[in-house]
Design a protein around this ligand. Structure first.
Ligand code: DQA
Length: 145
């Protein structure tokens, strides 16, 4: 079983980017923690980051037939991207939406997720641990599919 972790814009800056909101873990250290947990669960993971909306769309499309589930931190595109929503709807691969911060406790423009209605569920507000929770959720979704 393979879980594809996709990370959107500015998440390459984790560690130094607004640490009071996003914490001090880098994306590389989060990936290490996810890989450790994935090994314990006996699943494989792939971890990617891009600042480009179109690249995220392409990766979601490519997941069909290559990954059993996607854990997606679409970052700011969460709130704006009809293209991401359409890609998720089109491929039929289950997607777990994830965020480090609690988007519902922040500015009102972050309260709405364009992708939430087409995702299996949303994990938001647990910092780096959101990634572990998303892994657990994605694996569970696959097992119960
Ligand atoms: C985020 C929340 C988004 O609102 C924001 O644009 C991000 C990161 C999070 O992980 O908390 O870039 O997705």
């Amino acid at each position: 079983m393979k879980i594809l972790f996709l990370n959107g814009p500015n998440l390459n800056l984790l560690g130094t980017r607004q640490p009071e909101i996003y914490g001090r873990d880098t994306l590389a250290s989060i990936e290490t923690s996810v890989r450790e947990r994935a090994q314990a669960l006996g699943v494989s993971v792939e971890f990617r980051q891009t600042n480009d909306e179109g690249q995220l769309v392409s990766w979601i499309q490519e997941a069909r037939g290559t990954a059993q589930a996607i854990a997606l931190n679409a970052a700011a595109y969460t709130h704006t991207s009809i293209a991401l929503r359409d890609a998720i709807s089109a491929v039929g691969v289950p997607v777990v939406e994830l965020h480090l911060s609690n988007i519902h406790a922040r500015e009102s423009f972050r309260h709405h997720s364009m992708i939430a209605p087409v995702c299996r569920g949303q994990i938001s507000g647990f910092g780096a641990f959101s990634y572990i929770l998303a892994l657990e959720a994605a694996v569970n979704v696959c097992k119960t599919a």
